[in-house]
Ligand binder design. Structure first.
Ligand code: SAM
Ligand code: CA
Length: 243
């Protein structure tokens, strides 16, 4: 790509240099070409049902969802956990991807948003795979760890809740997930703020941003897992337990 003669990059060059995360046009291209045409109807219905929700930005993005479905299928996930359900987009995609006798322990401190998505989950005929628990995530993981049968037994976990506890979730999940199993952490790029200087961060984003930065460092230093931080959605870190 050529630069303009003034020495300033021309507009087209600038757009390409912006990169995947910052190019709205490229994201739209991915969604319209590869994601929306293949998105299962019930997932689209949850997106539509959430469109006017006050906290609609919390919804898992469909391109991230498509990757999660692929991972679930690749590892033949059956026994799973989700922390942070909201209206149920990621929960439903998991329920649609695991076998009929598969299970999801779905945890959220607030059931209200889940009630919005539940009729769609029921209509899709996958509600029998879901055990919804209204409680704080850490508390439920501690309860699961009381039963030795749960140790090293889960195939897949999606964590999408309180960011300041990701480090605490990780230690417990490393005991619950089997070797070769996956733990996915959402929002690990925190709207891109992880790479911005402190002075540019809006005050209300600082607390979670600092925790996410610490968390990303700790995952990078954790030899028990293989990782890939994927710039999809708001950043999705995929961890595979090695030992
Ligand atoms: N995974 C959802 C989806 O696909 O649309 C989005 C989850 S939303 C970003 C985060 C959710 O985490 C909220 O519904 C919130 O109530 C829940 N949450 C916050 N703190 C929590 C905690 N300590 N334990 C369990 N859930 C929590
Ligand atoms: Ca999220």
């Amino acid at each position: 790509m050529e630069e303009a003669t003034s020495g300033e990059p021309n507009e087209e060059f600038r757009k390409i240099k912006k990169g995947l995360l910052q190019s709205d046009e490229l994201l739209q291209y991915i969604l319209e070409t590869s994601v929306y045409p293949r998105e299962p109807q019930p997932l689209k219905e949850i997106r539509d049902a959430t469109a006017h929700h006050q906290r609609k930005l919390m919804l898992t993005t469909p391109d991230a969802g498509q990757l999660m479905v692929l991972l679930l299928k690749l590892i033949n996930a059956k026994k799973t956990i989700e922390i942070g359900v909201f209206t149920g987009y990621s929960l439903l995609l998991t329920a649609l991807s695991i076998p009929d006798d598969g299970k999801i322990i779905a945890i959220d401190i607030d059931r209200e948003a889940f009630e919005l998505g539940y009729p769609i989950i029921e209509k899709a005929g996958v509600q029998h795979k879901i055990d919804f628990i209204e409680a704080p995530g850490l508390e439920v993981l501690d309860r699961l760890l009381e039963d030795p049968n749960n140790e090293d037994s889960f195939d897949y976990v999606f964590v999408d809740a309180d960011k300041d506890n990701y480090i605490n979730y990780h230690e417990k999940l490393m005991r619950l997930v089997k070797i070769g199993g996956l733990i996915l952490y959402d929002n690990t790029l925190w709207f891109g703020t992880v790479a911005l200087p402190n002075c540019l961060i809006p005050e209300k984003m600082k607390y979670d941003r600092d925790h996410i930065i610490e968390f990303n460092k700790s995952l990078s230093n954790d030899s028990r897992i293989q990782i890939s931080q994927v710039p999809v959605g708001d950043g999705l870190t995929i961890c595979r337990r090695l030992y």
